[in-house]
Design a protein around this ligand. Structure first.
Ligand code: C5P
Length: 221
């Protein structure tokens, strides 16, 4: 119906940062409040979708009608995302840490008195969006996010191709978007770039979900 254009659809959303342990008390992470991803999950549920929200560590309440799976690390996030398939649309909003410590220590790392910091070898994390982009159960509509500080649309076009996504929602984070309540986004697809005015994150979510519903109804399964 007009109110619930996503009725019968499964929408998968990732949100928040991931935390990659260094030792029991320290971790590597990106800055992410989770607000935009949670707003998108809430909007999808309001539009009638069955929603799975895979959330990294954030301090936010679970939106009404949303099934939430909490994870810590990128590898846990990937496993939860794959376990949630199939989905009609996947919207990957999480700020996944690109690297993790090669060997997380079991005990707290101590200063050894030499004045030299302990070495911290890193290894690359799986790219969840790119994994979905070539997955046997690839969602019909795959949407990534990209936080950029310059050449926003150009970098997003490259990311679209590299990750096998349908749209990249690019936002310019050179301002104070992080943790804030509004966002300026550009929706980059093979068809070009659609730039939206600065909007509250809730409004970005509502509009994005309308666009998702339109795209899915254009290709019924
Ligand atoms: O390459 P970059 O991190 O800027 O790409 C951002 C997009 O890729 C986001 O949609 C993010 O959720 C996703 N991503 C991912 N797994 C990673 C890194 C990024 O799914 N390891």
């Amino acid at each position: 119906t007009a109110d619930t254009p996503l009725a019968g659809r499964h929408v998968l959303v990732t949100a928040g940062p991931t935390h990659e342990p260094i030792d029991p008390v320290r971790y590597i992470a990106n800055r992410s409040s989770g607000k935009q991803g949670f707003a998108i999950a809430a909007a999808a549920a309001r539009a009638g979708a069955r929603v799975t929200l895979v959330a990294g560590p954030v301090h936010l309440p679970t939106p009404a009608g949303v099934r939430r799976v909490d994870v810590e690390t990128a590898r846990e996030m990937l496993a939860a995302v794959e376990a949630a398939l199939p989905a009609d649309a996947a919207i990957m909003v999480a700020a996944v840490a690109d690297w993790r410590a090669a060997d997380a220590a079991d005990q707290k790392l101590k200063k050894d008195g030499s004045g030299k910091p302990a070495p911290l070898p890193l290894v690359e994390n799986p790219d969840i969006l790119a994994t979905l982009g070539k997955h046997a159960k690839r969602p019909a509509l795959l949407v990534g996010f990209a936080a950029e500080t310059q050449k926003v649309a150009e970098h997003a076009q490259a990311k679209l191709a590299r990750k096998g996504a349908d749209w990249i929602v690019a936002n310019d984070v050179s301002g104070d978007v992080m943790g804030g309540d509004s966002n300026s986004v550009h929706i980059v697809s093979r068809d070009g770039v659609e730039s939206w005015e600065n909007l509250p994150k809730d409004a970005v979510a509502t509009r994005l979900i309308e666009k998702v519903a339109d795209a899915l109804s254009a290709r019924p399964d």
